[in-house]
Write a protein that binds this ligand. Structure first.
Ligand code: EPU
Length: 455
């Protein structure tokens, strides 16, 4: 049996909530620990299923991974011998491909399963491979695996621009590989996302020589080895945005602490455009109910544009605001699986090419819906909070991949969400986060039943 949410809509959210560390900053950093012989300590790594999956992947390669009493993660890679990432783990999470660069750079070879299909559209990894090949790696595909080999990578001048713009995890993969290559690498069309900047800060603290992270040209002077390091991961801008939209969609009054507001300019501009009053200091957001929310035209773009990872949540919000709105996604043009489920909740949305035409309705109404991916799940939770009556959201394991205890945070603000089991709504919900133990060193999320799909 899989977990589901039963949501009683119509409750206004009030109070203060705290944002966890960033999933998308944590995952490439965890992968990069494989290139560092010794111990790495990471603070503010969120307790998520994707983090647990990355932890399992590191362990399967020989690393020791431990969640300490103070909440930090300690990774020791001294015993890592293998450079093989198996299909069983890689298929659960695309970010597993982030181990390719670190393994190749440290061991001179890597064998990493191709990630396979994805629920948010076509997601090739050609740019990762093109970048590593430019650094001198020989790459071939063998029985569903990428096999990359190079006795010593060499610096190169390369361009990572793809048809939909730069690649976030691809930039990280090339940055770590180039950090241990001989000579200078220039990455053109690099992704500028805050998570890439955090990745560069982590590598720099470990002895890498990187300049320009956060701009489209990143320069890296290779070093012979990277050393032990302690690093604090940035807060999750997408979680902060999701909580802000939860406040807005319920006409609430919510303070969001530990929000990386300087990374959220475009999200705050979008809320402003919609007429939602937001006060921002460097780490706090205060969202208040809008008396006159307005429809809007939004475009999801690479950073510093509006994140594609907030597109679904904004769609839920705009579905509740009377008038005609338009959302275009230039990063993942097919990332609209949530639209049909929002329609089940009473939204009026039409998809054409990479755009969603939304006609806001006076009210959404409760229904049974199915989550298809991480951010789609978040959008459905938000819509259900605003809907009149009772909703059931199935397959919330997608949500658990990227949000730590989201329903507990929302309930703390006054929402009424019960976690239960698909098909058995009357049994008591199980604890969300399993206790830390030797068997569960990452404090991973427990799930009931089989899972599929990846983001
Ligand atoms: N692309 C290519 N070739 C490549 C790589 C990417 O054509 O080799 C295309 C993709 O298909 C897409 C665009 O380039 O159209 C951008 O993809 P990108 O590589 O930047 O995505 P990613 O690195 O795989 C990360 C996040 C995603 C987020 C995207 C875009 C992590 C672990 N994942 O993915 O997060 O949507 O960047 O910002 O950092 C999520 O958290 O829900 C999520 C999906």
């Amino acid at each position: 049996m899989m977990d589901m949410f039963c949501v009683e809509g119509g409750h206004v959210l009030h109070g203060t909530v705290f944002v966890d560390g960033s999933k998308n900053a944590s995952l490439p950093i965890l992968a990069a620990t494989l290139a560092i012989e010794g111990e790495v300590t990471l603070e503010q790594v969120p307790q998520l299923q994707d983090v647990a999956t990355m932890g399992q992947l590191l362990q399967s390669i020989g690393a020791a991974v431990e969640r300490l009493d103070d909440g930090s993660l300690r990774i020791n890679t001294c015993a890592v011998k293998s450079s093989m990432a198996p299909y069983e783990l890689v298929r659960q999470m695309r970010a597993s491909v982030c181990v390719l660069g670190p393994l190749l750079a440290r061991f001179g070879s890597a064998r990493v399963s191709l990630p396979g299909g994805c629920n948010i559209g076509h997601r090739p990894i050609d740019l990762h491979l093109r970048g590593l090949a430019a650094l001198g790696a020989e790459i071939r595909l063998e029985a569903g695996y990428i096999v990359a080999e190079s006795s010593r990578l060499r610096g190169a001048d390369l361009d990572l621009c793809g048809p939909h713009g730069p690649t976030v995890t691809g930039t990280c993969n090339i940055m770590i590989a180039a950090s241990l290559a001989k000579g200078r690498t220039i990455i053109r069309s690099a992704a500028k996302e805050p998570e890439v900047q955090d990745f560069a800060r982590f590598l720099t603290a470990a002895g890498a020589r990187i300049s320009g992270a956060g701009t489209s040209i990143v320069e890296i002077d290779g070093v012979d080895h990277l050393h032990e390091v302690r690093h604090t991961v940035i807060p999750d801008r997408i979680e902060a945005a999701t909580l802000a939209i939860a406040a807005a969609i319920t006409h609430g009054d919510v303070t969001i602490r530990n929000a990386p507001t300087t990374h959220m300019t475009c999200v705050l501009n979008a809320l402003n455009l919609i007429g939602i009053p937001v006060d921002a200091t460097h780490d706090t957001l205060h969202i208040r109910a809008s008396s006159m929310p307005r429809p809007a035209r939004l475009t999801a773009e690479p950073y510093p544009g509006l994140p594609t990872d907030c597109q679904a949540q904004f769609m839920a919000l705009l579905s509740t605001i009377e008038g005609e709105s338009l959302i275009t996604d230039t990063v993942f043009p097919e990332r609209f699986m949530h639209a049909a489920e929002l329609v089940r909740l009473g939204a009026d949305i039409r998809i054409q090419n990479n755009s969603a035409f939304i006609r806001g309705v006076a009210r959404l109404s409760g229904a049974s819906v199915m989550a298809s991916d991480l951010r789609a799940s978040a959008a459905l939770v938000l819509a259900a909070l605003a809907a009149e009556g009772h909703s059931e959201i199935r397959r919330v394991y997608h949500l658990d991949r990227g949000y730590h205890a989201l329903e507990q945070k929302l309930n703390h603000l006054g929402a009424k969400i019960q976690r239960t089991h698909d098909g058995s709504p009357n049994i008591a919900p199980r604890p969300h986060i399993a206790p830390l133990s030797p068997d569960n060193p990452l404090g991973s999320v427990r799930h009931a039943g089989k899972r599929s799909g990846q983001e």
